[in-house]
Each structure stands twice: as structure tokens, then as C-alpha cells.
Design a protein around this ligand. Structure first.
Ligand SMILES: Nc1nc2c(c(=O)[nH]1)N[C@H]1C(S)=C(S)[C@@H](COP(=O)(O)O)O[C@H]1N2
Ligand SMILES: [Mo]
Length: 210
């Protein structure tokens, strides 16, 4: 600890690791529960909740993977204090989803839903950030099952639990609601640079009542 680590993210190059984090070599697999089996014929990505036109938007796997593709170099900070640096994620930018299936004007938050009911809530601004991406690839190759195939969200500026693996859709919300870990003691916002790890650290306005 203590020495500056050069981060590969373009937006933060030259910065140190977030406070309290240590560098992890390699790329371990971290999640709660089993790895889901991918069934292409049943898979769909659903945009629902407070959409602009009131209806849900559904893409099957073929349609989703045909959406415009972009890459992002990003670090991953696990709240359990290890960080992996400089992976190149490729996939569909969250901004593209916002453009193709827009939210109603009063939407403030997005719930990202994954297999087995895993979820994470994001402020619309974090979801709409330039580097937030629904990744299908890592370092030029299709994601492996353990790392979230076929689609995982990457939100580089937040702790990694804010990026569900095995995403199945998003829900536009007009008020904030806690996701899976946010209900279980983790911080509602989760900014690693502010070390927002746990819900007891939340200040007024950081999240809904627990
Ligand atoms: N669906 C799902 N996504 C998840 C999790 C989970 O438990 N379930 N854990 C998160 C946490 S805490 C971390 S650190 C990262 C780990 O991603 P990796 O296994 O690709 O390193 O996945 C995140 N996405
Ligand atoms: Mo994590």
C-alpha cells in the first residue's frame, strides 16, 4: 500500500488507487450465488418501468448484440478492498440504451436487474455516465460465464457491486429504491473515491430510509 499505482482508465490515468484499496493481480471471480446457465432462446433484455412512451422495450440476444458497440478501459474496485486495473470492456454503452429506449422526463434512478433477482440501483447520472457500458466482451474476447456472459454492466466510477453480471434488463424509476446489496448494508451510492462502502456511512439524501 501507499505507493501510487498508475491506473489505465483514460479518465483517471495517473491517479492512485481509491483509498483503502489494494492492487489485485489477475482477475478473480466474485459474486453471490451460482453462475446462471445461458439459454439464448429464453434470454431477453427488457427496458421497463417509467419509459418515455409508457411501454416496455425488449431485445432478444441477437438484437441486443447487434446494437452499436464501444470499448471502455476501466478499473474494477471491489468493496472487499481489492482492485483490478485496466481491463478493456466492449459492449453497448448505457447511453445508447437511454437513446434507443428513453426514460420518462421524471426518471431519477435506474434499477439494473440480473439473473436470480440480483439488482443494483444507480442514480440516472451514474447510469448515463460516459463510461458506463453493458459489456459483452473483456479484453477483446467474449465474456466468460463466471464474469457475466452474455452481458454485465460496468460502472467504472462506482464499486463493482454496482455492476451486475448476467444482466437481464433495467427499470426506470421516478424515486430511488435499494438494490440487492444496498438493502443488505452496502452504501446506496458506492463511490470508491469517497470510500462509500457501508449504509451506516450514508448522509442525508444519499439513499432511501433503511
Ligand atoms: N449478478 C451479480 N453480479 C455481480 C455480483 C453478484 O453477486 N451477482 N457481485 C458484484 C461484485 S461484489 C463484484 S466485485 C464484481 C466482480 O466481477 P468479476 O467476478 O468479473 O471480477 O461483480 C459484481 N456483479
Ligand atoms: Mo465486490
Amino acid at each position: 500500500m501507499g505507493h501510487p499505482v498508475r491506473r489505465a482508465s483514460r479518465e483517471t490515468a495517473g491517479a492512485e488507487l481509491p483509498p483503502g484499496q489494494r492492487l489485485q493481480r489477475g482477475w478473480p471471480v466474485t459474486h453471490y450465488g451460482p453462475v446462471p446457465r445461458f439459454r439464448p432462446e429464453r434470454w431477453e433484455f427488457r427496458v421497463f418501468g417509467a419509459t418515455a412512451d409508457g411501454g416496455a422495450r425488449i431485445w432478444n440476444h441477437e438484437q441486443f448484440t447487434a446494437l452499436p458497440y464501444a470499448t471502455v478501459v476501466a478499473d474494477l474496485h471491489c468493496v472487499t478492498k481489492f482492485s483490478m486495473l485496466g481491463a478493456e470492456w466492449g459492449g453497448v454503452p448505457a447511453r445508447t440504451v437511454l437513446e434507443l429506449a428513453p426514460p420518462a422526463p421524471d426518471v431519477t434512478h435506474v434499477m439494473v436487474w440480473a439473473e436470480y433477482g440480483f439488482s443494483s440501483n444507480l442514480r440516472l447520472a451514474d447510469f448515463a455516465a460516459e463510461h458506463t457500458v453493458f459489456a459483452t466482451h473483456k479484453d477483446g474476447e467474449l465474456l466468460t460465464a463466471e464474469h457475466g456472459f452474455p452481458v454485465r454492466l460496468v460502472v467504472p466510477q462506482l464499486y463493482a457491486w454496482k455492476g451486475p453480471k448476467w444482466v437481464r434488463g433495467i427499470e426506470y424509476m421516478t424515486a430511488d429504491r435499494r438494490g440487492f446489496w444496498e438493502e443488505r448494508g452496502y452504501h446506496n451510492i458506492g463511490d470508491p473515491w469517497k470510500e462509500q462502502r457501508f449504509s451506516y456511512q450514508e448522509g442525508p439524501g444519499d439513499g432511501p430510509e433503511l
